[in-house]
Design a protein around this ligand. Sequence first.
Ligand code: 4NP
Length: 160
Amino acid sequence: MKTKIIFICLGNICRSPAAQGVMQRLVEERGMDDKFEIDSAGTYSGHHGQLPDPRMRRHASRRGYNLTHRARPITSDDLDYFDIIVAMDESNRRSIASMCATLEQERKIVMMGDYIVKMRAHYDYVPDPYYEGAEGFELALDLLEDACGNLLNDIINNKI
Ligand code: 4NP
């Protein structure tokens, strides 16, 4: 059975599709891609159907990630279908929690910030780069690369 993970941010054009790309490559590198289904969505539907923001695609492609996800809003079906729902920040978590009809759904929500280790002294969430410059996109990718490896280790070791 596959472990199904969905990354959630606001617009689903910057942080969560990048997280999806980072995690997808990690599971491929470890030869485990047949054991995982990885997706992303947003709490805001305004970018529905769009590719990731061109700035995120550019910064990600420099690190070898080809981001082709099409933005979509999170649905109530996602709350049942996915095993692990990963929120990028507290605002995302609150939006997801407000959609949950059961405790079982709510218990699936984890914070990406809880898996940031190297940059923990400075960040306990993944800041929104949308209104930032190039540094904001590099920072988001640094944090996502840090957190995805730790999140995957915890999933593999049955800590989640
Ligand atoms: P994301 O970034 O949540 O990381 O995809 C944003 C994308 C779009 C907007 C805000 C944040 N927006 O306001 O349109």
